[in-house]
Design a protein around this ligand. Structure first.
Ligand code: GDP
Length: 290
């Protein structure tokens, strides 16, 4: 990671270590304080920030810098390694035949993300299909159909049906020629029992290779309960963070990553089908600290 990617105040603090061969506890405290400030502002959970702070302090003071390494570079390397540990690696998404199910609350960005992911897979040379099982939210069918059209991918839904499980089953059959099936599910305004029961049934029917939890970047502490519930009911393999084009930095989603023992797969950065990125630890760290 280049120093330019760090927040400017953190960069400034690290620069005060320039020329020092030994590092004091006060020096490390200053650096850790800057990191804490940025991460808390980015909605990263307090306990995750505290664990990270402890690790940085311990390592910076106890590990011997390799010969010839300045105090500043030593601390920078530890800070970087710990931040990479915090945000995790990118979820493995093999470019092969697979079924991916999306889970999340209403408004989190599932339908948009389904179309974006389909677009992403099509650009990788695969043949994706979006299956829309959201019979709960009015307009979900039309929205999904339009977005799939814009993404130029196959689409299946049934605006006249109120049975998401049947739509899922028929959708897989109707799009059997496709090699990546992306199954969009209905959300609710909150975690309700019928939502969980419904997604469990869909999961049992489509038997996804991976299930991704879709979270709005602005999610704060709410991420924990959602992650726990969805992970218990269908098992979460990865997270997609949406709306990163706004002011929110998505740090709250790290709680979901921690809670589910998963990683981040995709980032949503706008409302059109092309506004999707694969998660990269370095650029996400820059975003968090910036
Ligand atoms: P769902 O209820 O989970 O299916 O959510 P939708 O996909 O309908 O998204 C809810 C709203 O968020 C819609 O107005 C989307 O256009 C918007 N949205 C989704 N992803 C993004 C994103 O990455 N950036 C922005 N700016 N808006 C998004």
């Amino acid at each position: 990671m280049v120093l330019d990617d760090l927040g400017s105040s953190l960069r400034g603090t690290l620069d005060t270590l320039r020329g020092k061969s030994r590092i004091s506890e006060e020096d490390v405290d200053e650096v850790v304080k800057e990191i804490q400030r940025s991460l808390l502002q980015a909605d990263v959970d307090v306990s995750l920030v505290m664990d990270l702070s402890d690790s940085i302090k311990e390592r910076a003071l106890e590990e011997e810098p390799p010969g010839g390494t300045s105090a500043r570079d030593h601390v920078l390397r530890i800070v970087y390694e710990e931040l990479v540990g915090l945000v995790g690696d990118s979820t493995t998404i093999p470019l092969e035949e697979q079924t991916i199910m999306l889970a999340g609350l209403q408004g989190s960005g599932k339908t948009t993300t389904a179309a974006k992911m389909a677009w992403w897979f099509s650009k990788k040379g695969l043949r994706p299909a979006v299956i829309q099982t959201d019979t709960f939210r009015p307009g979900a069918y039309d929205q999904a159909e339009q977005m799939a059209e814009r993404a130029e991918v196959e689409f299946y839904g049934d605006p006249d049906s109120d049975d998401p499980v049947q739509i899922a089953r028929e959708g897989l059959e109707a799009t059997a020629d496709a090699d990546v099936h992306i199954v969009d599910t209905a959300g609710r305004h909150a975690l309700e029992d019928d939502l969980i029961a419904e997604i469990e049934e869909i999961e049992a029917t489509v038997d996804p290779d991976r299930s991704l939890l879709v979270l709005d970047a602005a999610i704060g502490q709410g991420a924990k309960d959602q992650a726990q519930q969805f992970d218990e009911s269908v098992g979460i393999d990865g997270v997609a963070i949406t709306k990163l084009d706004g002011t929110a930095k998505g740090g709250g989603a790290l709680t979901a990553v921690d809670e589910t023992g998963s990683t981040i797969a995709f980032l949503g950065t706008g409302e059109t089908v092309q506004d999707i990125e694969r998660f990269e630890p370095d650029s996400f760290i820059s975003r968090l600290l910036g």
